[in-house]
Design a protein around this ligand. Structure first.
Ligand code: C5P
Length: 215
């Protein structure tokens, strides 16, 4: 047992949802409280790491000892992450990034004159996959929140995004609540963790990351 298993390490995380503007007062977002990402940022700081948290809009206070960079849209999150990824030892993508954004957001409030309207969406970048594809990537950890077939999808994300570690959880288990049940997926297979508070789950994930880092 090591009290500060991440001492001397620089950890970059994303957390929360992203918000993709349609006009000045409306947009598309994902349901995410940010609790798991914030718990993980706190656990990394308590483990001795220098922690930067690139956060989408949440109602949460910045954990003690964590440097928070607040963003709204996925493109801003991408920019802030890529500016820091090269100097990080660990990158943990916890954010629920919106997969698509409106192609041409309106500078003015859209009026409800039309009986129907169509919004064209374009795909957002996959921030985690981009970081994992850097020439000298940090140790990259992904999250897979799934409604079904957790092992198949989580393992698929691990392989496709070229991640050494994916944390999988069933949406029914973790969403919005205080507790979470997760399974870790790495090249050796699936490692289920006991159901626990998000704080305790975060500490277990930190321990799993620390074990896998080069010394
Ligand atoms: O959305 P998806 O299930 O593919 O998310 C899996 C992982 O990839 C998560 O860790 C998430 O934070 C990350 N991700 C990302 N950029 C995206 C989509 C997902 O960093 N555009």
């Amino acid at each position: 047992f090591q009290a500060k298993p991440l001492a001397g390490k620089r950890v970059l995380l994303t957390a929360g949802p992203t918000f993709e503007a349609l006009d000045p007062v409306r947009g598309i977002t994902n349901l995410s409280t940010g609790k798991m990402g914030y718990a993980l940022a706190r656990a990394c700081a308590q483990a001795g790491a220098a922690v930067t948290l690139v956060s989408g809009p949440t109602g949460l206070a910045c954990p003690r000892g964590v440097l928070r960079v607040e963003v709204s849209a996925a493109l801003e999150m991408q920019r802030e992450v890529l500016a820091r990824a090269g100097e990080s030892d660990v990158f943990i993508g916890v954010a629920a990034v919106a997969d698509y954004r409106p192609a041409t957001p309106s500078a003015q409030k859209i009026k409800k004159n039309a009986a129907a309207m169509t919004v064209e969406l374009v795909k957002n970048p996959d921030i985690l996959a981009e970081v994992a594809a850097l020439p000298r990537p940090p140790f990259c950890v992904g999250f897979a929140a799934e409604s079904h077939d957790l092992a198949t999808y989580a393992e698929g994300k691990r392989v496709n995004k070229k991640l050494p570690l994916v944390v999988g959880n069933l949406i029914s288990d973790g969403f919005g609540g205080e507790d979470n049940t997760v399974v870790l997926f790495d090249a050796a297979g699936a490692h289920p963790l006991a159901t626990a508070s998000k704080t305790e789950v975060a500490r277990s994930i930190v321990a799993a990351i620390a074990e896998r880092l080069p010394h």
